[in-house]
Design a binder for this molecule. Sequence first.
Ligand SMILES: Cc1ncc(COP(=O)(O)O)c(C=O)c1O
Length: 423
Amino acid sequence: MKVLIKTEIPGPNSKEMNQKRIKSVADGHGSVCGVYIKKADGSNLIDVDENVFIDYAGGIGTMNIGHSHPRIISAIKTQLEKFIHPCFTVAPYESYITLARKLSDLVPISNNCKAAFFNSGAEAVENAVKISKSYTGRSGILVFSHAFHGRTQMTMSMTYKEDPYKKGFGPFLPNIHRLEFPSEDKILNLISSDFDPKTIACAVIEPVAGEGGFIPVSINAMKNLREFCSKHDIVMVVDEIQTGFGRTGTLFAIEQFDVEPDLITLAKSIAGGLPLSGVVGKLEIMDASHVGGIGGTFGGNPVACAAALAVLDIIEDEQLSTRAIEIGKKVRYKIKSIRNYCPWIGGIRGLGAMQGIIIINPETGEADKSRTSRIHQYALEHGLIMINAGTYGNVIRTLMPLTIGNDDLDQSLEILSAAITNA
Ligand SMILES: Cc1ncc(COP(=O)(O)O)c(C=O)c1O
């Protein structure tokens, strides 16, 4: 759909809605853009003032299959007409089992696998940690700088960035040990660590740090981490909440690292926008927790499971992992073409369609958060909704639906490059 900006941004109807919001919604729950949405279709968002945007945020990476995909809507409707929520903990149903089987067969782990479902990404990470603690009888958790694992007490403690995620919310959980994130230019430094590996239940790593700034882990470091975990009987958990479901060019990013993890956490694009998350991994680890130790009222809700089954079919039928690679190439090509006259582009990094454009001060080489915010604002005013990332707030990230057509992609890249050039 062609981008159409009819009003100032935000428009009058959005502004009016924002006034209502201020009176009723807790301030702590922020929104990146001041435009309020009334319709979404494919890679477009249409706001309450009839402005048409292209969506590079994709519900923070939940919309890999695009907004309002007809097959998702049909799967949801079919399920709604049967039943909405008998609760798997009480009266179970088949779609949960089918999804658990499918994901267990799809994850790149050669052992027999099992799965369990929850609601949010944070819950999936919490449960992966709980399962690892049950399996190992240990309590330590190994995490990395730039990590983001969620906003609950445990996952916030595992998360790196102080402001806004941890500010004022301490004390944090003990026994969490942090290593430097092993990106391409860093080795996995386990030598200077201050913990006894025999106390560590699990190591949790994002194959590409998401909120931390779209930083891929180096392949060697991932292999070293695998060796370290195997040597010390530590459960290796790969957090694929943002990288999963085709985003990086393979169904799961870890497929590109020649490494088999023990557990994988999933959420975001798993169910085409419905709240669902999961832990999938080696059967003997997944079975370690006692009955009733994991679960929850809404975990694996049947409507979300029906949507998730449709998501897997759509990704395969529409070859969205391959499309992610094409999208990533186009983004990189465009950014490289403007780099010569935009010395504030510090680089572009990522895997597949998960690309992060780094904005720096060309004189000092330091992160330039305020220029990044100006780029974001310019793009928004010209019809492109984006979100930033990075520990220093200076990375523009691409999380557009992988179903985006070439016309929308070309249009959006023109807006993005104009925003980077002019802001
Ligand atoms: C890698 C990663 N883990 C965990 C989470 C937390 O997911 P949720 O916000 O659904 O709790 C996120 C969310 O951005 C994430 O990117």
